[in-house]
Design a binder for this molecule. Structure first.
Ligand code: PEP
Length: 252
């Protein structure tokens, strides 16, 4: 059975005290047992909020990025062992903001995927097309290339550990959401890509999250898609009360 996951990506928001306040509030919330909740906080807050995730068995801490090398002369970077040591279990990679602003390509992201899995952590691998590609109806080929070049080097047991987040770039932070049908269609296509490269059983085990302006008003419709296993949520994860509503929108 694939896991239901609702992950929050805080991006470069919140000071340390505010982060602690949010984690304190989240530790006191009640969430459905079958939904895993992951928060990707800024690097500087991770060690002070890690202890709050111990309050629940379905609460996890993520980083928003990492470097694929374990150590060395990479000024300003943070390694996977450093993150693991302070209690991080998941790492977001390939977010469209990293791809667009920081020019990360599929090959570099593949190195991160490999290193995260080697360290025993879980990559949340983001993929998704820009508006121009969606307008020309080439979104499935575009996403397939991202997945092929960053994930298909993995063997049967490693691919099952990856969480995929489909995030159409035109829907991130724009208030624009893919319709539930558009989301489901792409999620089903991703599952087919995986079953063709691996097999149906493996494809069925992989959680595929939708990201792009998910909020309480649309979460239950989006999450109802057969191949939609949860969400990666930016803006609506910043307020713990709003995020709790998104988490509780996941079907029972
Ligand atoms: C994101 O940052 O991954 C995201 C989906 O943001 P938002 O929910 O704000 O569109």
């Amino acid at each position: 059975m694939r896991k239901a996951i609702v992950a929050g990506n805080w991006k470069m928001n919140k000071g340390q005290n505010e982060a602690i306040e949010c984690f304190t509030a989240m530790a006191a919330q009640s969430w459905p047992d079958h939904v895993q909740v992951v928060i990707a906080a800024p690097f500087t807050h991770l060690s002070s909020v890690a202890k709050f995730t111990e309050s629940k068995s379905n609460f996890f801490l993520a980083a928003q990025n990492c470097h694929p090398e374990a150590n060395g002369a990479f000024t300003g970077e943070v390694s996977i062992p450093m993150l693991k040591e302070i209690g991080v279990t998941h790492i977001i990679i390939g977010h469209s903001e990293r791809r667009e602003i920081f020019k990360e390509d599929n090959k570099f992201i593949a190195r991160k995927v490999n290193a995260i899995l080697e360290a025993g952590l879980i990559p949340i691998f983001c993929c998704g097309e820009p508006l121009s590609i969606r307008k020309s109806n080439n979104q499935q080929d575009y996403v397939e290339q991202q997945i092929q070049e960053s994930l298909f080097q993995l063997g049967d047991s490693d691919i099952q550990k990856v969480i995929i987040a489909y995030e159409p770039i035109w829907a991130i932070g724009t208030g624009e959401t893919a319709s539930p049908d558009e989301a489901q269609e792409m999620h089903a296509a991703i599952r087919t890509m995986i079953s063709e490269r691996y097999n149906v059983e493996i494809a069925d085990l992989i959680s595929i999250l939708y990201g792009g302006s998910v909020k309480p008003a649309n979460a239950d419709e989006i999450f109802s898609g057969h191949d939609v296993d949860g969400g990666l949520v930016g803006g609506a994860s910043l307020d713990p009360v709003i995020f709790e509503q998104v988490i509780n929108s996941y079907p029972a």
